[in-house]
Ligand binder design. Structure first.
Ligand code: PNS
Length: 175
């Protein structure tokens, strides 16, 4: 029997536990899930495309039903090339809906044979996004339990996120 394959596309800058939740749900419905990371020339990501691939690979080490890939151009074209007829997207809240609905309908117009399936993460992840994870981390907050441990480690290693070191002054300040 032909295996069912779904593409789970996104920026994944970086992958969060909310993404992992959606991937698990995808795996409960489809035989295989391809995590497709967009190579977006316009945005300036925190993690390079290579780093993002590595982070997803590490988070999913050893699971033969999960594949990691990158894509550029139209998502529906990538889905066809990957052999998938389904795109999985997560819906956290109503605020996600408008954009996701637009994308799903545009993708349907581009290729009616590719179906978009929305999945809802556990309520505990409804407020988790890559953007907020980066913001909280940069401002010194804890992102434990919001991202896989490997991501937390790599965030700590990112020099651009560390607070600037105060320049050493020759004279001591007298208060
Ligand atoms: O994680 P993100 O940033 O919400 O993911 C957005 C993504 C990658 C799914 C979306 O930007 C995308 O599919 N880009 C590919 C370009 C494309 O196909 N555009 C036309 C259809 S909307």
């Amino acid at each position: 029997m032909k295996k069912s394959l779904a593409v789970y596309p996104g920026s994944f800058d970086p992958i969060t536990n909310g993404h992992l939740d959606i991937i698990e749900r995808g795996l409960s419905v489809f035989d295989e899930v391809v995590i497709a990371i967009l190579v977006n020339q316009e945005k300036t990501p925190l993690f390079t495309i290579e780093e993002r691939v590595e982070l997803v690979r590490e988070a999913y080490a050893g699971n033969p039903r999960v594949r990691v890939d990158t894509f550029s151009g139209l998502l529906v074209d990538y889905a066809v090339q990957a052999g998938a007829s389904v795109i999985v997207r997560g819906l956290r809240a109503i605020s996600d809906f408008e954009f996701e609905f637009q994308m799903a309908l545009m993708n349907r117009r581009l290729n009616p044979r590719i179906e978009t399936v929305f999945m809802m993460p556990a309520e505990g992840y409804s407020y988790v996004s890559s953007r907020l994870v980066k913001e909280v981390f940069t401002l010194g907050g804890s992102v434990k339990d919001l991202v896989p441990p490997v991501v937390e480690r790599r965030l700590r290693e990112k020099e651009s996120l560390l607070p600037p070191v105060a320049p050493r002054s020759g004279r001591r300040r007298v208060r």
